[in-house]
Write a protein that binds this ligand. Structure first.
Ligand code: SF4
Ligand code: SF4
Length: 54
């Protein structure tokens, strides 16, 4: 898994709507990127607090 969401995430949900393959999902209190990710990096640019890193 190349991309992950770090502790800076504020839970805004923007990346969830941005992901074209629905690979970002809620897991308890946090968001995670699952194996459906194609590494298109669209979410990286969409995150307002730059919480998605590789
Ligand atoms: S890199 Fe692309 S496919 Fe992967 S989680 Fe982000 S938006 Fe979705
Ligand atoms: S866009 Fe960034 S801050 Fe918003 S839910 Fe996704 S990872 Fe968290």
């Amino acid at each position: 898994m190349a991309l992950s969401i770090n502790d800076e995430c504020i839970g805004c949900g923007t990346c969830v709507e941005t992901c074209p393959v629905g690979a970002i999902v809620e897991s308890g209190d946090v968001y995670i990127i699952n194996d459906d990710c194609t590494e298109c990096y669209a979410c990286v640019d969409s995150c307002p607090v730059h919480a998605i890193i590789d």
